[in-house]
Design a protein around this ligand. Structure first.
Ligand code: MLT
Length: 330
């Protein structure tokens, strides 16, 4: 078939523009990054997720030759940030760190504006963080047994801080209440950074938080530690018994973290981000600072798209039934 001349010219122009566009894209991917990269954190500044983000942002930026800027987008237990990142331009200039809330949100919210399994690219797991059940300094209970008695006597007068539905502090707190068969007054914050500030100030009674920030306060007695969410005691606070050994059999919450990008971010860029993340996690300074907070860097095979995606899928399947059985949210 013979093409009419104007149509042929138009097609040639479109094909030419397409070729130019794809070679521009290839060039943009090759040169990436040419400006700073935004690392979105789904909780308030000063909390556990923010701290891990800031810790890896510097060495990642050094590895990539551009600054990695942390942007806090708190609210709704992390789902506001997840929505924002799922809609961001897939150009490598937006990346995202989130914890296991990426897996639990589906069971906590009726409908999410994103799908954890299809709305993102996966860069790799980062670290696993234990949690500790904390109380304000002048709470009358001095150990877990006394806390149980205090809670049974005071019920909803006892307040428990959390970072909203989807936050691990909320998950831990509500699992704890479900195991004790009590309902406390749950107080949501935009992150456990501000929640911990209020616990230190005595404005709330209890908080289940990650060890990222809490170890120094436990050690100097500014908060009470009633039990860890691990099967073994933590080396940094060996005098704090596990919740498991104090009667809450099998009470285990280990907060894993992953780094993501918007769906469609080109593979060569994802590879560069992955290499920078691995480099950051292998830096002696990062290793030491995480170790001091009893945070375990994951093995390097998990710092991969495959490692993160398959872990996310497993965790969605693990936590969905646990959350439904515990009747969360309340
Ligand atoms: C935070 O960074 O504030 C926490 O990770 C919030 C939480 O999930 O409890």
């Amino acid at each position: 078939m013979k093409l009419r001349k104007p149509l042929f010219a138009a097609l040639a122009a479109v094909i030419g523009a397409g070729t130019l566009l794809s070679s521009n894209l290839a060039l943009a991917q090759k040169d990436w990054p040419t400006r700073s990269i935004q690392l979105v954190v789904p909780f308030a500044a000063g909390g556990p997720t923010d701290s891990i983000a800031r810790l890896i942002a510097v060495p990642m930026g050094q590895a990539l030759g551009q600054t990695v800027v942390v942007e806090n987008v708190p609210g709704a237990g992390g789902t506001i940030a997840s929505t924002k990142v799922s809609r961001a331009a897939p150009d490598g200039y937006t990346i995202y760190i989130h914890h296991m809330g990426m897996a639990t949100a589906q069971a906590l919210y009726e409908k999410l504006p994103y799908d954890p399994m299809t709305s993102f690219e996966y860069i790799g797991q980062v670290a696993d963080v234990p949690m500790v059940l904390l109380g304000k300094k002048d709470l009358p209970a001095n150990n877990f047994k006394e806390l149980e008695a205090y809670i049974k006597a005071n019920g909803a007068k006892v307040t428990m801080a959390n970072a909203g539905p989807g936050a691990v502090s909320q998950l831990c707190g509500l699992l704890f209440q479900s195991r004790l068969g009590v309902k406390l007054t749950n107080v949501p914050y935009k992150g456990t950074g501000p929640a911990l500030t209020d616990l230190l100030g005595g404005q709330v009674d209890l908080l289940c938080d990650q060890t990222t920030q809490t170890i120094p306060y436990i050690k100097d007695g500014r908060v009470k530690a009633y039990g860890t969410t691990t099967m073994k005691r933590l080396p940094a606070i060996p005098n704090v018994p596990t919740l498991n050994e104090q009667g809450l059999k099998g009470f285990e919450v280990k907060v894993w973290h992953g780094v993501y990008a918007p769906k469609g971010t080109p593979q060569p860029i994802l590879d560069k981000i992955n290499a920078a993340l691995k480099k950051a996690l292998n830096s002696p300074d990062v290793k030491k600072r995480l170790e001091d907070s009893n945070i375990d860097i994951v093995s390097m095979d998990k710092v991969s798209a495959k490692g993160l995606k398959s872990h996310l899928e497993t965790e969605i399947n693990v936590w969905g039934p646990v959350i439904r059985k515990a009747n969360i949210p309340d």
